[in-house]
Design a protein around this ligand. Structure first.
Ligand SMILES: [Cu+2]
Length: 157
């Protein structure tokens, strides 16, 4: 290999690697949310992703939480927020709901979820956005939280 060929190969390699990184950054939508340290709320009330796009969500419960509540985050089918919220409230009658079940109700209306995230922890979920455009609610299903602690993931065509 001549010196010139070696240098152009190196440029080609750098271009290829750079191109791949760029493509990945565009393909995956990374969303970061944080729980409010005082009230039951997410700092993001809404965000948008493209239908069929890869999504990575990081949900942080701040270490300096004042309310010291654990929280989770569930993505729900359109129009089903109240139905899943009602199941979350009923969870109090199940001794495992707040522990091993991570406050996740048994429901086909739940598309994706994190586990319970304690103050100082971050929960993640990675998924492919629905192919059907629409407004997908997200809620915390620790009993009683969902009425205040909710938002909307807009899926755009
Ligand atoms: Cu919560």
């Amino acid at each position: 290999m001549t010196k010139i060929t070696a240098i152009s190969s190196l440029f080609a390699l750098v271009a290829a690697v750079g191109g791949t990184a760029l493509l990945k950054a565009q393909d995956v939508s990374e969303i970061k949310l944080t729980a409010d340290k005082v009230t039951f709320a997410y700092d993001l009330k809404e965000f948008s992703v493209k239908a069929g796009q890869k999504v990575k969500i990081s949900f942080t419960n701040p270490a300096d939480s004042v309310n010291l509540q654990p929280h989770n985050m569930l993505i729900i089918k359109p129009g089903k927020k109240e139905a899943v919220g009602a199941l979350a409230n009923l969870g109090l009658s199940d001794p495992n709901f707040l522990t091993t079940k991570n406050c996740i109700p048994d429901s086909e209306d739940i598309l994706h979820h994190t586990n319970l995230v304690k103050p100082g922890e971050t929960g993640t979920m990675e998924f492919t956005a629905p192919t059907e455009a629409g407004d997908y609610p997200y809620i915390c299903t620790y009993p009683g939280h969902w009425i205040l602690m909710n938002g909307v993931m807009h899926v755009t065509p």
